[in-house]
Ligand binder design. Structure first.
Ligand code: PRE
Length: 365
């Protein structure tokens, strides 16, 4: 058979498969509409329907990954299903999600990775504004960065948890690749300024020291903001990611300039919705202890005694007195798990204050 004939036959097969996929996706979407109808029917007076179910979404994606036999890899397959579910949810309720903007930030990429592309996303100028937007009920959820594997905690986010009553409903991790970007009027040899967010400048510190030791580094509100400036400014460069490069039409002078190849950022989804257990969850709490010898030890003992895996502990000034601190702790398990419940009860007896920020499914994608 000639190449043209072989391609023709294969494309006939692809067309017929696409028709089946189309029918199946439409069936699934109709099912989601039915789910919405059932959720509305069974409401108690005064109750609002809960359309978005992170625990169910986590299960669906994991199930797909378990069943997947290739040739598409698990992440790729889950990404496709992520988008199908996002479209189905939008039929039930179009979710509004605020994120740390402007458009083109890694936080926007994290929001899309977690919720899919069918949400209405709203860029905010600062982390605290994302929190306020959620608290005010102007959006269903917010997305904020919380820690970077190279640079550590994002303190604005931790401090915002001290000021707002909010629930963590999910997490997502993003591999962060930074590029050195320039506009069409800039030549590499003429670069006199490099703009980026302070965290991104820090994540590329060694590379900058080696390649542009005498060039001024200017910290701006976000790397998308840096890309935006560079578009209209001669002889300057920005450090930002792919989305910002595309959005502002910049070219890459050098790709992947982050000092650590595994550079990743973890983001949190914040809202007002408690998430039921999935069996593979994490919990975040804030604890403050009295300032006495052994307090930190007492804080950690119940976790060790019950075999609970701590995934992170961070200290921040408490804002209620000089040299007093609060601990942000993440651990494996859900606050409704009997073992976790026992630990939290024990802790609340030792602690000056303890607040559960939320239990949520471990990141799937
Ligand atoms: O199972 C549900 O509760 C649904 O609403 C359906 C569905 C889906 O498309 O699978 C859609 C949105 C939810 O966030 C979870 C799952």
């Amino acid at each position: 058979m000639s190449e043209a004939d072989q391609l023709k036959a294969l494309r006939v097969r692809i067309d017929s498969l696409d028709e089946k996929i189309l029918e199946l996706i439409s069936d699934r979407a109709r099912c989601a509409q039915e789910v919405a109808r059932v959720k509305m029917l069974n409401l108690q007076p005064g109750e609002t329907p809960v359309f978005y179910r992170p625990e169910r979404e986590a299960w669906v994606l994991k199930h797909i990954m378990e069943l997947n036999k290739g040739p598409l890899d698990n992440e790729e397959m889950a990404r496709l299903f992520r988008e199908i579910m996002s479209s189905c949810l939008a039929l039930e309720q179009p979710l509004k999600v605020a994120y740390l903007g402007p458009e083109g930030t890694f936080t926007q990429a994290a929001a899309l990775k977690h919720f899919g592309a069918s949400v209405q996303s709203k860029p905010m100028a600062a982390i605290d504004e994302v929190f306020r937007e959620v608290v005010a009920g102007a959006v269903n959820f917010g997305v904020v960065p919380v820690e970077n594997s190279t640079e550590g905690a994002v303190s604005h986010t931790l401090d915002s948890f001290l000021e707002h009553d909010i629930v963590i409903c999910g997490e997502v991790e993003l591999r962060i690749h930074h590029h050195l970007l320039i506009g069409e009027n800039t030549k590499s040899a003429n670069i006199s300024r490099i703009y980026s967010h302070a965290q991104s400048l820090a994540q590329c510190r060694k590379w900058l020291d080696a390649h542009y030791p005498n060039v001024e580094r200017v910290a701006v509100a976000s790397n998308a903001e840096a890309a935006k400036r560079v578009k209209s400014e001669w002889n300057s460069a920005a450090i930002a990611g792919d989305v910002a490069a595309q959005l502002y039409g910049l070219s890459k002078l050098q790709e992947k300039i982050e000092d650590r190849p595994d550079n990743s950022t973890r983001f949190l989804m914040i809202g007002n919705q408690e998430v039921p257990p999935t069996g593979d969850d994490k919990t975040s709490i804030i604890v403050s202890m009295s300032n006495r010898p052994g307090a930190l030890h007492e804080l950690l003992v119940p976790f060790h005694a019950n075999g609970i895996d701590l995934t992170r502990i961070e200290t921040r000034p408490s804002r209620s007195g000089k040299w007093t601190y609060v601990f942000f702790i993440d651990f494996v398990g859900h606050h409704q798990d009997p073992l976790v419940k026992a630990v939290l009860e024990q802790l609340s007896q030792e602690a000056v204050a303890l607040k559960v920020l939320g239990s949520y499914p471990k990141a799937v994608l």
